[in-house]
Design a binder for this molecule. Structure first.
Ligand SMILES: NC(=O)c1ccc[n+]([C@@H]2O[C@H](COP(=O)([O-])OP(=O)(O)OC[C@H]3O[C@@H](n4cnc5c(N)ncnc54)[C@H](O)[C@@H]3O)[C@@H](O)[C@H]2O)c1
Length: 215
C-alpha cells in the first residue's frame, strides 16, 4: 500500500477511537513479511490476529498469451507472498499460544471468469493452503481461514472497469444479488473469522459474494 494511503487509514482508525500503525511492506519479499510481523509484536507485545489481503488482479489475457513473467507476478503475490505472511504470523502466534489468520481469496477460486486463469489459479491455491495449514496448527490454538469476496467496489475493480466499459454490468449479472459488494460487507466476514465468535472454525473459505459461487 502506498504510504499516503496507509497513513490515511491510520488516521481514519484513530479518529474512530482505535489505535493503528502502518508498516510499508512488499509482500513479494519474505524479509518484508517478517519485518511487518516484528513491527506489530514490537509495538503490541504479541500478534492475535492477521488478515492478508495484498493481491493483484488478472492481467486479462488468454492462457496462450500470458508470459511467464505475468504468471509469476500474479502467483508470487497472491500465493507465495501470502505464504510468507502466514509463515511469520504463525511463528509469532506460536510464541503466545494462538491466534486467528484470515486470508483473502476470491469467488474466482470457485467460479471462474474469462481471461483470469492465473488469478483464479492463485486464489484457488489459497483454498488448498488454508485447509492444509489449518490442520497443522489446529491443536496449537491457531485458526487459519479464508474469505472469498465476490465483485467488490474497491480501487482494484474501479481500475478494471475504467478500461472495460462493459465490465460493471457483466460482473453484476453473475452475482444473484445483481450488485457489487461493499468493502464493509467483506470486512464483516473477516471480522467474524478473526473473532472468538468463530472459535470452532478453521480451514474454511467463506464466500461473501452475493451468491456468486452458489450458481
Ligand atoms: N475487489 C474485488 O472485486 C475483489 C474480489 C475478490 C477478491 N479480491 C481480493 O481482495 C484483496 C484486496 O483487493 P482490493 O479489491 O482491495 O484491491 P486493491 O487493488 O484496491 O487493493 C490491493 C492492495 O494490495 C496492495 N498490494 C499490491 N501489491 C502489493 C505488494 N507487493 N505488497 C504489499 N501490498 C501490495 C495494494 O497496495 C493495495 O492496497 C486482493 O487479494 C484481491 O484479489 C478483490
Amino acid at each position: 500500500m502506498h504510504p499516503d494511503a496507509g497513513q490515511a487509514v491510520v488516521r481514519e482508525i484513530e479518529q474512530a477511537g482505535g489505535e493503528a500503525q502502518f508498516v510499508r511492506t512488499d509482500a513479494y519479499l519474505e524479509d518484508d513479511a517478517r519485518g511487518m510481523v516484528e513491527a506489530a509484536v514490537r509495538r503490541y507485545g504479541r500478534l492475535d490476529g492477521a488478515c492478508n489481503a495484498a493481491g493483484v488482479q488478472s492481467c486479462s489475457k488468454l492462457v496462450h498469451e500470458i508470459s511467464a513473467d505475468e504468471w509469476d507476478r500474479c502467483i508470487n503475490l497472491n500465493l507465495r507472498g501470502l505464504f510468507f505472511c502466514n509463515k511469520h504470523e504463525i511463528a509469532a502466534m506460536l510464541l503466545t499460544g494462538g491466534g486467528s489468520i484470515v486470508n483473502i481469496s476470491s469467488s474466482g477460486a470457485l467460479a471462474a471468469f474469462p481471461n483470469g486463469s492465473e488469478y483464479c489459479a492463485s486464489k484457488a491455491g489459497v483454498l488448498g493452503f488454508v485447509r492444509a495449514a489449518a490442520l497443522d496448527y489446529a491443536t496449537k490454538g491457531i485458526r487459519i481461514n479464508a474469505v472469498m469476496p465476490g465483485g467488490t467496489l474497491t480501487p482494484m475493480l474501479a481500475e478494471a472497469m475504467a478500461t472495460d466499459p462493459g465490465l460493471e454490468s457483466a460482473i453484476a449479472a453473475v452475482h444473484p444479488m445483481n450488485r457489487f459488494g461493499q468493502p464493509s460487507e467483506i470486512a464483516s466476514g473477516i471480522c467474524w473469522l478473526l473473532s472468538d465468535g468463530a472459535s470452532f472454525v478453521t480451514g474454511i473459505s467463506l464466500p461473501v459474494d452475493g451468491g456468486h459461487t452458489a450458481v
